[in-house]
Write a protein that binds this ligand. Structure first.
Ligand SMILES: [Zn+2]
Length: 422
């Protein structure tokens, strides 16, 4: 009894409430309708490996439109699904920054129909454009110091009432404008000098401002130290990246690891990792920011940013396999919390949520190989790092990666067209 026909039944070992359980999941119109041991349907898919809800990366720069020789929405989103990420949120610092309704609509029309994963788009808040921001924005990004294609707000944040009205997360790139100016150094030659030219104190200064902003749903992007987390307290969600967790300014990766905020000293990095492992951070994002070989040729003039949307989940899963990171911490920071922060019906195995999944075998650990990555500029300081890539990825009930190969055309949708958590 209880026999129900549905579009598809996915069976296997699902991660739920802290452990793996042998379950069947009935999917209809891309949504989980029923979860149990005794669920039947027209089409059955059996997945091997541990099955997690699809991951969400709330911080990517797919460079589309404007710099599609570095990346575009197709290559960036393809990289995402190969790495188990079924939803991304793309940052607004395109060559023409997304600061008003028209630019937003133009970007949305350009990227629609070309994404392999579901996506949301940010708008940039410059300090004076609150009335121009598209209501379709999934999030509001503000740069408190200068960065690539970004207008710095400086310490002069105002118009809080207007942006607070937008019911979306407010994400801050926190490096103090004034402090960066004071430490500005011409001709930095290596990662240590880059770090000293944008020191941790500039980040902490800026995070003090973020803490004071009278806004709800704040997210502090890519914080790089335990002190940063302590400065924020519970005033904002704390985002960290795999590169700040795993690399430091003495590593010999040259300009490929030049990034803002910079990689810190080893001691700072190790404390950040320890704080993350013990539960002080909320979200792990890639801050995927591709540049060409030419952009990275000479350290002194090199652009800042590195790729990571495809390696985020595999690198963190390798930490789980090695016994460094707990499975539950991995799940909450890479999968559940990022989806929940944006009100997605994703990131949990729950009826009424979207049937996004990835499956991986922890025994499949191997070195990252740049040549196997799908970014247009697949160069990464993580080349050779241990990783566990997913075998299977499912987006709203459709298998999009099978045996580690993409098998479908782009079917990613704008998250604003999906059902949300009320
Ligand atoms: Zn970024």
């Amino acid at each position: 009894m209880g026999f129900e026909m549905t579009d598809v039944i996915i069976s296997g070992s699902f991660y739920r409430e802290g452990k793996f359980e042998e379950l069947s999941v009935a999917v209809e119109d891309g949504i989980i309708r029923k979860i149990g041991k005794d669920v039947h349907g027209a089409k059955n898919i059996r997945i091997s490996g541990g099955i997690f809800p699809g991951a969400t990366d709330i911080h990517v720069h797919f460079r589309d439109p404007g710099e599609t020789h570095k990346e575009d929405f197709a290559s960036g989103s393809l990289s995402a699904i190969y790495g188990g990420t079924t939803t991304v949120f793309d940052m607004p610092n395109n060559v023409i920054p997304v600061t008003d309704y028209d630019v937003f609509e133009n970007k949305l029309s350009i990227v629609s129909g070309r994404s392999f994963c579901d996506f949301g788009l940010y708008s940039m808040y410059t300090g004076s454009n609150s009335s121009l921001i598209s209501s379709k924005s999934s999030g509001i990004k503000s740069y408190l110091g200068e960065s690539t294609n970004a207008t710095a707000v400086g310490g002069e944040m105002k118009g809080f009432d207007e942006i607070e009205k937008l019911p979306v997360p407010k994400v801050f790139h926190a490096e103090s404008f004034r402090c960066l100016k004071n430490h500005h150094t011409e001709g930095v030659k290596n990662l240590r000098e880059h770090n000293l030219s944008r020191p941790l104190e500039c980040e902490i200064d800026s995070l003090k401002d973020v803490k004071g902003f009278p806004l709800t749903r704040k997210i502090a992007a890519h914080i790089t130290s335990e002190d940063s987390a302590r400065t924020l307290g519970d005033s904002a969600l704390k985002e960290v990246t795999p590169h700040h967790l795993l690399l430091n300014d003495m590593d010999q990766h040259g300009s490929w690891a030049r990034v803002n905020p910079p990689l810190r000293e080893r001691e700072v990095q190790e404390k950040l990792l320890a704080a993350y492992l013990s539960g002080s951070m909320d979200i792990v994002s890639s801050d995927h920011a591709p540049h060409t070989e030419e952009d990275k040729e000479d350290f002194e003039f090199s652009k800042s940013g590195l790729i990571g949307v495809e390696t985020r989940i595999p690198l963190m899963l390798a930490l789980v396999k090695k016994g460094i990171l707990s499975m539950e911490r991995f799940y909450s920071t890479c999968i559940r919390n990022p989806a929940a922060a944006f009100g997605l019906r994703k990131g949990e195995l729950k009826e009424g949520y979207y049937a996004d999944f990835f499956a991986a075998n922890l025994s499949d650990m191997s070195g990252v190989k740049e040549r196997n990555l799908h970014s247009k500029t697949p160069f990464t300081p993580f080349n050779g790092f241990q990783s566990v890539f997913p075998n299977t990825v499912i987006l709203r009930g459709e298998v999009v990666i099978e045996n580690r190969e993409a098998i479908l055309e782009p079917m990613g949708r704008h998250v604003m067209d999906l059902r949300r958590v009320e």
